[in-house]
Unconditional design. Structure first.
Length: 367
């Protein structure tokens, strides 16, 4: 469950730091002892946050490296809380001084100002910046290592940017390989190039563009989750809405279920080698808030970047007069590619939390 800046009940993470502060980091509690872990384990996922295509991302490119400050001894987790951080290096706070009293339309500037009485750090969006999601990626690395011990894989990838959609079926192996190669994190490399063109066009117009990320979790055992308030899909949705810019979450066929008959939407059960399976997966792997053994399939809608150079109307909160602003500085014309590893991390964190709750994980791993 989300509580303040924390996530989870048994596998608990607390994130800290601001966009232009000294560091961003995460405190992880509840990780079993004996898990092999090193600072090098984090690098691949940290690198995935920055697509290797400068034209579709912000010029703020940080080569993040993880620092483990506690909870790991001689290459193994100790069972004590882990503290992991990355340094903020590429900081240019002067861009925000001239707009600090004029909230950016579509951004959390206004609500942060109201909630914290104007004491919030406005530089780069402070606590509300996408930059702080690097803490979720750090925790996600640990979560995915734990899941791998149970043969559970979590894969997130881009399925649309604007109106350009990835619709061709790809194998899991192709998705895993191609989404890491493609700058947009789309498993169809041809479609990814079209997505890049859409992002560049929005950037050239002084605008931004949104998209949709899909995530699958494979080999999740049946029986995880509790009905109502601790439902697996409810916890996943709540955690995903904690990711910057996520404005919608759906499972399986999602909102399309509202246009279907029961005979179309229902997943027929069959026996295969003495095991119950389902012919289709319209439920997205979760029924009644509990996993049914099918792959968990979900999608999140990511809004366009609020910071754009086009002139927009706003209100100066110091003078209480209507005004307009054009946002300068370094901003992504599309948040989606950077959000893919974050979505993957959040799903992994939530699944680990439920695995521990369900009694799958011991307190100590003995190799």
């Amino acid at each position: 469950m989300l509580a303040g800046n924390s996530l989870g009940k048994e596998f608990t993470i607390t994130t800290f730091g601001e966009s232009h502060g000294k560091i961003v980091g995460v405190l992880i509690d509840g990780c079993p002892a004996g898990l092999s872990l090193s600072e090098e384990d984090f690098q691949e996922d940290l690198d995935q946050r920055i697509p290797a295509q400068p034209k579709i991302v912000s010029s703020r490119i940080e080569k993040d490296t993880a620092k483990i400050l506690s909870g790991v001894f001689r290459g193994k987790t100790t069972g004590a809380p882990m503290t992991i951080t990355v340094d903020n290096k590429e900081i240019k706070s002067s861009d925000y001084d001239k707009i600090k009293d004029s909230p950016r339309p579509g951004h959390s500037d206004y609500t942060a100002h109201i909630r914290y009485g104007g004491f919030n750090d406005y530089q780069g969006g402070g606590r509300f910046s996408g930059r702080v999601t690097v803490a979720l990626v750090l925790a996600g690395v640990v979560a995915k290592k734990l899941l791998s011990r149970y043969n559970i894989d979590v894969l997130a990838y881009t399925v649309s940017i604007g109106k350009v959609k990835f619709e061709k079926k790809r194998s899991v192996d192709e998705i895993y390989k191609n989404r890491r190669i493609a700058a947009t994190r789309c498993p169809d490399l041809g479609c990814s190039e079209k997505m890049e063109d859409v992002i560049v066009a929005a950037k050239n117009a002084g605008d931004s563009i949104g998209g949709v990320i899909e995530c699958m979790a494979l080999n999740v055992p049946a029986g995880m989750g509790d009905p109502l308030f601790d439902a697996l899909d409810a916890d996943l949705a709540k955690a995903l809405f904690g990711v910057s810019a996520v404005k919608g979450v759906e499972f399986g066929v999602g909102f399309a279920a509202g246009e279907m008959f029961g005979s179309q939407n229902n997943d027929a059960a069959v026996l295969r080698e003495g095991k119950v399976e389902f012919v289709t997966n319209n439920a997205g792997g979760i029924l009644g808030g509990i996993s049914n053994g099918m792959p968990i399939m979900l999608r999140v809608a990511v809004k366009p970047t609020p910071s754009i150079s086009r002139e927009q109307k706003t209100v100066n909160l110091l003078t209480m007069e209507e005004t307009s602003l054009s946002v300068g500085g370094r901003h992504d014309p599309c948040i989606v590619p950077k959000a893919v590893p974050v979505v993957e991390a959040v799903v992994a964190i939530t699944l680990v939390d439920h695995l521990i709750r369900a009694g799958y994980m011991p307190r100590v791993f003995k190799e």
